[in-house]
Design a protein around this ligand. Structure first.
Ligand code: 13P
Ligand code: SF4
Length: 340
């Protein structure tokens, strides 16, 4: 892979031969124009390759703007899992992080699942291992395990049912037992627990991106924009959720902001959400609650990576059958529950 750094612009990828001379000789302003033209060319090539490979491009709501722009489907973790389970395509290009591509592989074993950046992981998902969960299960025999989809296939395989931020309350309430083990997100777990009278055993995992949002930052913004509604993701800490007018999944935010009469919103989740919020609501203002709300893993996937993945048909994510079958059971149980 080539890296070209010109007048503050960093470009990672393979340059199309058409633009090479222009990039070598041009001044800063010209380069910006050329980069835009190059992006358009790249997008066209990606669309053509998607057709050629009979591939579908799924992108999470946190992806870079230009990736969301060319996706066939953008959505939250639940919507993308549902799509992966029912698509007719031969190939799924998953623009998200590793556990999402694994879920697609679990649900669609006959399809080729490409994750354009294999190094796009999720630190929260890495905070729990199957061995660690088995030890917790031993301490609470007979208690069902509810596992947030932000987890590895191995962890899902030793779980009873999965959930996402869009259906977690429903999932927990669907269980007949009065006790649950909830992994790995302590913040989502505590948020869900506030809607039920069940006893929870939490795993102390968290999302480093959402945990960066602090109460004093939110209070300052609320004081500055008194007319704004504050909306946050349940991966935020309980103190932050307590300050929110609404707590929901990423796709829940689109719906809430679309239907709300308010004109201004303070957004407590990853910055990628702003792309569609602003595009779908041009008359409304969206303020990111903190500049720290950027997930470095979600931001890894570039157009160049997608193009390369479709050209080489790599990197492939494939979950081995002995893990896939039990993990699918937990995902299928979740998918049988309607979304909020
Ligand atoms: P949702 O899109 O399901 O709300 O998930 C948020 C998230 O952090 C995914 O990594
Ligand atoms: Fe993981 Fe948080 Fe990034 Fe989502 S935003 S992928 S939970 S680190």
């Amino acid at each position: 892979m080539r890296v070209l750094d010109v007048k503050g612009l960093t470009y990672n990828g393979t340059l199309s031969s058409i633009w090479k001379p222009a990039l070598r000789s041009a001044h800063g302003s010209t380069i910006k124009v050329r980069m835009i033209m190059y992006q358009d060319e790249l997008k066209q090539e990606i669309r053509a390759l998607l057709k050629e490979r009979n591939a579908v491009l799924l992108a999470h709501n946190y992806m870079r703007d230009e990736v969301q722009e060319i996706a066939d489907i953008t959505g939250d973790s639940l919507a993308l899992s549902m799509e992966a389970a029912k698509t007719e395509a031969d190939v799924i290009v998953f623009c998200g992080v590793h556990f999402m591509a694994e879920s697609a592989s679990i649900l669609s074993p006959d399809k080729i699942v490409l994750l354009p950046r294999l190094d796009a992981g999720c630190p929260m998902s890495d905070m729990v291992t199957a061995d660690g969960l088995l030890q917790l299960k031993e301490q609470h025999p007979g208690v069902p395990v509810v596992t947030y989809v932000n987890s590895s296939a191995e962890v899902k395989a030793v779980s009873d049912i999965c959930c996402t931020s869009a259906n977690a309350v429903r999932v927990v309430n669907s269980l007949p037992e009065q006790e649950v083990i909830f992994v790995p997100d302590r913040n989502l777990g505590r948020y869900v627990a506030s809607f039920t009278d069940k006893t929870f055993h939490f795993w102390e995992g968290f999302c480093p991106t959402h945990e960066r949002l602090k109460t004093d930052t939110v209070l300052r913004l609320k004081a500055e924009y008194t007319d704004a509604l504050f909306i946050c993701h349940p991966e935020c800490s309980p103190e932050i959720s307590a300050l929110a007018d609404h707590v929901c999944s990423t796709s829940g935010m689109y719906e809430y902001c679309r239907n709300s009469q308010a004109k201004r919103f303070i957004i407590g989740t990853e910055a990628g959400i702003l792309y569609r919020l602003r595009r779908e609501n041009p008359d409304k203002e969206f303020i990111l609650a903190s500049p720290g709300l950027i997930c470095p893993n979600m931001k890894l996937v570039s157009l160049e990576d997608i193009h390369a993945a479709l050209k080489t048909m790599e990197p492939v994510v494939k979950v081995p059958e002995e893990i896939r079958i039990p993990a699918k059971r937990a995902l299928d149980r979740m998918l049988a529950i309607p979304r909020d």
